[in-house]
Design a protein around this ligand. Structure first.
Ligand SMILES: [Zn+2]
Ligand SMILES: [Zn+2]
Length: 188
């Protein structure tokens, strides 16, 4: 069965080199749906607690929220960094608190201090799904990702891989020691 969670991500981007209005900088509220598939954990009668799926995903993906997402070859990138530098906000600001740990994958690199994500490919809804899967595939047993933004939507299905021992009392993934990091229960 599947546990499904959905949340919004607000971001600005543009399609560099695209011949259409999306070549201009603009913003969206995008909606990501994550479907996690596994057996039903008999202890709690759920696949996985949805708030925990959201927490795991958000820890990483909050770097996309209220962020500017630009392709690595976009000339806006050095221009924006130059402005941030001159303004003294390139390496952080006291009010920029919603930061996840910086990440770097094949497809994306996050600079949380200035709320910027630099991507290898254009950040279309399809591009976002590829980036999200790469970031979360080792943390969640993903069966499907869907991302919608404005009139655009895309989804991809995956063979759910990995095995996560789940707590029989609260349903979250057990630590490597077989003990639940949340409630302290042991694997039965
Ligand atoms: Zn757009
Ligand atoms: Zn637990």
């Amino acid at each position: 069965m599947r546990s499904i969670t959905t949340f919004d991500i607000q971001y600005a981007h543009r399609f560099y080199g695209f011949r259409g209005e999306a070549q201009y900088l603009h913003g969206h509220t995008g909606t990501l749906t994550i479907e996690v598939e596994d057996s039903v954990n008999a202890g709690v009668n759920m696949v996985f607690p949805c708030n925990e799926i959201k927490k795991t995903a958000w820890d990483v993906l909050k770097n996309f929220d209220h962020a500017l997402v630009l392709r690595e070859d976009d000339p806006l990138l050095p221009a924006i960094l130059d402005v941030y530098e001159k303004q003294g906000i390139r390496d952080g600001a006291p009010t920029n608190t919603m930061k996840g740990p910086a990440f770097k994958t094949e497809l994306a690199e996050a600079y949380p201090d200035c709320r910027l994500v630099v991507t290898k490919e254009t950040m279309t809804v399809e591009g976002m799904i590829k980036m999200v899967y790469e970031l979360l595939k080792d943390k969640l047993k993903i069966a499907k990702l869907t991302f919608t933004s404005g009139d655009n939507a895309a989804s991809e299905t995956y063979l759910p891989v990995g095995s996560f021992d789940r707590c029989p009392c609260c349903g979250i993934a057990l630590g490597e020691d077989g003990i639940c990091p949340k409630c302290g229960c042991r694997k039965k």
